[in-house]
Write a protein that binds this ligand. Structure first.
Ligand code: UN1
Length: 498
C-alpha cells in the first residue's frame, strides 16, 4: 500500500495544504509513497516551532543531548536492514551500499554523541592578575539542512548529528527524489525521544522550502549539499543575512595511476570509485589519469573489468551496479555520453542505455569509459553517473597539472608504490581529500569532509571534529576576580614595575 506522508513539525506528522508528489523506485518505476509540497505558511510554522524549541535545547547539557544521539544510533542499528532496503529501493544504489548509507549515520551519531562530552574550548592566560580568559562554543540557532538524494540517510545524518549535538534544532529539506528515506530518518529520531520542535522535516520545492529556509530571519545556519549553481545561489542569499553556511558542491575527482602502480589494486579501486553508486557520488572517481608507460595496458584491463560488472535490480545481492536515480539523471548522463561522441572522445566501452525486459522499467546505463583529451568537456565537467574519463599523462608533474585543471577540489587519489610520488601527491593535489592506494570514495566520519575551489568554501567541513563549526560560534569570556577595575593594555606598568 502506498502511504501518504505529511510534514514533520513539532514532533508530529501534520497534514499539508500543499499539492502532492510521488516517489518511485528507479529500478522498477513502482510508486513507493506520496509527499506534500510544503507551503510558505507551513515553512513559517516549522521555523517558529524550531525557534521555540531552541530555548530549551540549547540549555540541555551537551552530554544529555549526546545520550539522545546514542539512543538514535541504537535504533538505526536495530533497523539497519529495513532502512538499507528503503535506501536501495528509493535511490537505486546496490543493497550493500544501501546498508552502508545507514551505517554512516550510526557511525556519525555515535561519534557526535561523544563530542557532547568534549566540545573543547581553550583557556588562555590573561595579561592581568586574577583574571581568567576562556572560549566556549555556542549554538547559532535553528538550522536549515538541505540534502541531496545520493546519500539519502548518511548526509542528513552528518548534518543533523552535528546540529543536534551543538544545540541547534533543525528543519530538514530532503531531495524530492528521496523523501521516503528522510521520513524514515525522522521517524527514528522521533522514536529516540528528541523534544518536540528539535527535529523537523519539510518536503517541497527548492524555491519555496529551500529558498524560504535560507531567507528566513530565524534560520541561523544553512548546510547544503548539491550542485554548484544552487550552492552559489544559497551562498549569496545566506551572505545577506550573514549566517553560517556549509556547502558541499561536487567534484571531478581524479585517480592518478603511476607507472609503478600495483595494477590489480588499481583496477579494483577504479571500478569501485567510478561505478560504485553508479558514479553518483560527489567523491566518485570520474577521471583516471594514467602514466603513458602503462596507458595501453590499463585501458585494456579497464574495458575487460567494466564489461564484467553485473547491472540489474540493486536489491539483488549479486548486482554490482543499479540504475541512475531518475529520468532526469538518466537524460543528463546520456547527454554527456553524446557530448563525448560529438567532441571525438574515444569510447572504450559502454555508452548505451540498457533496454529490454526489466531494464525498460528503470534508468539503467552501461558502465561507460571514454578516452578523453584534457581540454574536452568530459575531462572537466561533473557528470554524476557511470561515466569514467581516462586521460594520458607524460609523467607525475603532467598528471598533477591535469588533476588540478578543473574547477572542483573535493577528493583525489594516487596509486603508486613509490613513497616520493605518494608524498608529493599529498602536497600537490588541489583537493580537500587525498587517498593513497585507495579510490576517491569512502570517507570516514571521524575526519573532516569537504573541498576547495568551487566544491565549497574552505571554512567549513562536515564530519570530524570540524563538523561543530557549521553550527556553533565562539564566545570569548573574561572573568575578572580581582575585585577592582583592571584595564587591559593600560595597567601594564604596575606589572612590569616600569
Ligand atoms: C557524497 O557523495 O556527497 O566518501 C558523499 C564517500 C562517502 C560520502 C560521499 N562516505 O564516498
Amino acid at each position: 500500500m502506498v502511504q501518504d506522508y505529511g510534514l514533520f513539525i513539532g514532533g508530529k506528522w501534520k497534514k499539508s495544504e500543499g499539492k502532492r508528489f510521488e516517489t518511485r523506485n528507479p529500478a522498477t518505476g513502482e510508486v513507493l509513497a506520496t509527499f506534500p509540497l510544503a507551503t510558505k505558511e507551513e515553512l513559517g510554522d516549522a521555523v517558529h516551532v524550531a525557534k521555540g524549541a531552541f530555548e530549551k535545547w540549547r540549555k540541555t547539557p551537551a552530554p544529555r543531548r549526546g545520550e539522545l544521539l546514542l539512543e538514535a544510533a541504537r535504533i538505526f542499528r536495530r533497523k539497519k536492514e529495513e532502512l538499507g532496503r528503503i535506501v536501495t529501493t528509493e535511490m537505486g544504489k546496490v543493497i550493500a551500499e544501501g546498508r552502508g548509507d545507514v551505517q554512516e549515520v550510526i557511525d556519525f551519531y555515535e561519534y557526535a554523541a561523544g563530542e557532547g562530552r568534549r566540545m573543547f574550548g581553550d583557556t588562555v592566560p590573561s595579561e592581568l592578575p586574577d583574571k581568567m580568559c576562556l572560549t566556549v562554543r555556542m549554538p547559532v540557532g535553528p538550522a536549515g539542512l538541505i540534502t541531496p538524494w545520493n546519500f539519502p540517510m548518511a548526509i542528513p545524518g552528518w548534518k543533523s548529528g552535528a546540529a543536534l549535538i551543538a544545540g541547534c534544532p533543525f528543519i530538514l529539506k530532503p531531495s524530492s527524489l528521496t523523501p521516503l528515506c528522510a521520513a524514515k530518518f525522522v521517524e527514528v529520531l522521533d522514536e529516540a525521544g528528541f523534544p518536540p520542535g528539535v527535529v523537523n522535516m519539510l518536503t517541497g520545492s527548492g524555491s519555496v522550502v529551500g529558498d524560504g529556509l535560507v531567507a528566513h530571519p530565524d534560520i541561523r545556519a544553512i548546510s547544503f549539499t548539491g550542485g554548484v549553481d544552487t550552492g552559489k545561489h544559497v551562498y549569496e542569499s545566506a551572505a545577506k543575512k550573514m549566517i553560517k553556511v556549509g556547502l558541499e558542491l561536487g567534484g571531478k575527482n581524479p585517480i592518478l595511476a603511476m607507472d609503478d602502480a600495483d595494477l590489480e589494486l588499481l583496477m579494483d579501486g577504479v571500478m569501485f570509485g567510478a561505478f560504485g553508486t553508479a558514479g553518483q557520488r560527489c567523491t566518485a572517481a570520474s577521471r583516471l589519469i594514467v602514466h603513458q608507460k602503462i596507458y595501453d595496458q590499463v585501458l585494456e584491463d579497464l574495458a575487460a573489468r567494466a564489461e564484467k560488472l553485473r547491472i540489474g535490480n540493486p536489491i539483488d545481492e549479486k548486482t554490482d551496479m543499479g540504475p541512475v536515480a531518475s529520468a532526469e539523471q538518466e537524460k543528463k548522463v546520456l547527454e554527456y555520453i553524446e557530448i563525448g561522441r560529438k567532441e571525438g572522445d574515444g569510447l572504450v566501452t559502454g555508452g548505451k542505455k540498457l533496454t529490454g525486459g526489466a531494464f525498460d522499467k528503470g534508468f539503467f546505463i552501461e558502465p561507460t569509459i571514454f578516452e578523453v583529451d584534457r581540454r574536452k568537456r568530459l575531462a572537466l565537467e561533473e557528470i554524476f553517473g557511470p561515466v569514467l574519463s581516462v586521460l594520458k599523462a607524460k609523467d607525475f608533474d603532467d598528471a598533477v597539472s591535469i588533476a588540478n585543471s578543473v574547477k572542483y577540489g573535493l577528493s583525489s587519489s594516487i596509486y603508486t608504490t613509490d613513497l616520493r610520488w605518494a608524498f608529493r601527491a599529498m602536497q600537490e593535489l588541489e583537493a580537500g581529500i587525498t587517498y593513497v592506494n585507495a579510490p576517491t570514495i569512502g570517507a570516514e566520519v571521524q575526519l573532516p569532509f569537504g573541498g576547495i575551489k568551487e566544491t565549497g568554501p574552505t571554512d567549513t567541513r562536515e564530519a570530524g571534529p570540524t563538523a561543530l563549526d557549521e553550527f556553533t560560534y565562539w564566545k570569548t569570556i573574561y572573568v575578572d576576580y580581582s575585585g577592582r577595575l583592571q584595564r587591559a593594555q593600560i595597567d601594564t606598568e604596575k606589572l612590569t614595575g616600569g
